[in-house]
Design a protein around this ligand. Structure first.
Ligand code: FMN
Ligand code: EPS
Length: 365
C-alpha cells in the first residue's frame, strides 16, 4: 500500500472510512512554523461531508486531534501527526457490496489487489474520506506558502455541461477574489451559473444518478525558476498528487489539450517587461511551466472529476461470491457530485506539492 509521498515534506496517510479513525503524519515541516488552527479547521470544513444538500448526508466533525509535532501553536520540527475520528459510520450500507461489485468503484480491483482482505466498509482506504487528512496537511503548507507570497486558489470550471468562465478569461484575479471563493458553496467567476449548476446536481440526485465536472486550480505569486526538467518537472510533481486524489481522471496545464490545435505563433507565450520591469508573458498557454520549470506566471491546471460511481439507478454487474451476473441499485449515503468537495482537496495537494518542491532548494536564488 503506497500511503507515503514526498521528498522534502513527506506525508504518510492512514485509515479507513469506517475504521476508528483516519490521519496523517507529516515529516519535514520546518521548526517554528506558526500554525493558525482556525484556518486549518476552516479549510477542513470546506471539504467535510454533510454540510449542505449537495453532498453526502454523512455528518462528520472532521476535527483533527494533534498527537505530535506541535507545541504552543508552532511546529517543533518533529513528525506532526493528526488523527481524525470517524463518528458516523453506517457499515450495513456496504454488506451487499462485499460481493456485488459496484461498476466504477474500487470494489473489484481492490478485492483482487488485496486478496479479499481489503476493508470494503465505506470503500475502506479507497474512500474519498481519506482526503480529509490531505486537506489538513495542505492547510499547513498554504500557511508556509503565504509567508513566501504564494497563494493557491480554485474555482469550478464546469459541472456536467455547464461552464464557468476560465482563469485565462479574467483580467486579474486578486487575493480578495480567492478569499471570496473559499466562502462560496460553488466557487465561480460567473456567479450567474450557480443556480443552474446546483439544479443539475439536485436533478441528478433525484434521478438516482450523479454528475462530474472540472476544477481549475491556479497558483499566484510563484517566482520563475522552480522545478526541474524531466522526471521532477513541476507538472510531474503536481500530476502525481492530483492523480492520488480519488475520482480524478484527467489533468491539463494551461491551454492543455487545446494547444494541440494551435499554431506555434498562437501557442507561444510572448515575453515583455511590465511597468515595474518584471518579466511577464502576454498569454499563458503553457500554464506557468516550461521545461518543467516555472516562469513567473500563474501555474494553472484543470482536473477532470468523474461522476461518483455509487448511484441508485439499476446497473448490471457481478456477484463474485456466486460467480454470477447481478443487478445493483446502490443504497446508502453518497455524494451526487464530488466537484465542490474535491476542490479544496486539489488546492491542498497543490500546496503540498509546491512546498515540497520549494523546500528542495533547487531555486536559482
Ligand atoms: C471528497 C470525495 C468524496 C467522494 N464521495 C464519493 C461518494 O459519495 N460515492 C462514491 O461512489 N465515490 C465517491 N468518491 C470517489 C471514490 O472515492 C473514487 O471514485 C473511488 O475511490 C475509486 O477511485 P477512482 O475513481 O479515482 O478510480 C469521492 C471522492 C472524493 C475525493
Ligand atoms: C465520509 C465522507 O464521504 C464519503 C466518501 C465516499 C467514497 O466512496 O469516497 C462514500 C460515502 O461514504 P459513507 O457511505 O461512509 O457515507 C461518503 O459519505 C468524507 O469524504 O469524509
Amino acid at each position: 500500500m503506497s500511503g507515503i509521498w514526498g521528498k522534502n515534506v513527506q506525508v504518510s496517510i492512514f485509515g479507513e472510512s469506517h475504521g476508528v479513525a483516519i490521519g496523517i503524519t507529516i515529516n519535514g515541516l520546518p521548526p517554528g512554523l506558526e500554525v493558525d488552527m482556525e484556518q486549518v479547521l476552516f479549510e477542513m470544513a470546506r471539504r467535510a461531508p454533510g454540510r449542505n444538500e449537495l453532498t453526502t448526508p454523512r455528518k462528520e466533525k472532521d476535527q483533527p486531534e494533534i498527537l505530535s509535532g506541535l507545541l504552543d501553536g508552532k511546529t517543533t520540527g518533529a513528525p506532526l501527526t493528526a488523527i481524525i475520528w470517524n463518528t458516523n459510520t453506517r457499515s450495513k450500507d456496504y454488506s451487499l457490496l462485499k460481493n456485488v461489485m459496484r461498476p466504477g468503484q474500487a470494489d473489484y480491483p481492490g478485492r483482487v489487489r488485496y486478496k479479499g482482505h481489503n476493508d470494503h466498509r465505506g470503500s475502506g482506504h479507497f474512500s474519498g474520506r481519506i482526503t480529509a487528512p490531505l486537506v489538513f496537511a495542505g492547510a499547513i503548507c498554504k500557511q508556509w506558502l503565504a509567508q513566501k507570497g504564494v497563494t493557491v486558489g480554485a474555482h469550478i470550471q464546469s459541472i456536467g455541461m455547464i461552464e464557468d468562465e476560465s482563469f485565462a478569461d479574467q483580467k486579474e484575479v486578486t487575493l480578495e477574489q480567492i478569499r471570496s471563493f473559499k466562502e462560496q458553496q460553488l466557487p465561480l467567476f460567473n456567479v450567474e451559473k450557480e443556480t443552474e449548476m446546483k439544479d443539475l446536481i439536485v436533478e441528478a440526485k433525484e434521478d438516482g444518478d450523479s454528475v462530474g465536472g472540472v476544477v481549475e486550480t491556479f497558483v499566484l505569486g510563484l517566482d520563475a525558476g522552480y522545478g526541474n526538467p524531466f522526471f521532477d518537472s513541476v507538472e510531474s510533481q503536481l500530476a502525481h498528487l492530483v492523480f492520488a486524489v480519488p475520482a480524478i481522471k484527467g489533468i491539463e496545464f494551461g491551454t492543455g489539450f487545446d494547444i494541440a490545435k494551435m499554431r506555434g505563433s498562437e501557442a507561444n507565450d510572448e515575453y515583455y517587461y511590465d511597468e515595474h520591469g518584471q518579466i511577464k508573458t502576454r498569454s499563458n498557454n503553457n500554464g506557468g511551466i516550461i521545461g518543467g520549470i516555472t516562469y513567473g506566471m500563474p501555474v494553472v491546471f484543470r482536473a477532470a472529476v468523474k461522476p461518483p460511481a455509487s448511484i441508485k439507478k439499476k446497473q448490471q454487474t457481478i456477484n463474485v461470491e456466486e460467480g454470477k451476473a447481478a443487478e445493483l441499485e446502490v443504497e446508502g449515503r453518497h455524494d451526487p457530485c464530488i466537484v465542490p468537495r474535491v476542490l479544496p482537496v486539489l488546492e491542498a495537494v497543490t500546496a503540498l506539492g509546491l512546498m515540497d518542491l520549494m523546500m528542495g532548494g533547487q531555486h536559482h536564488e
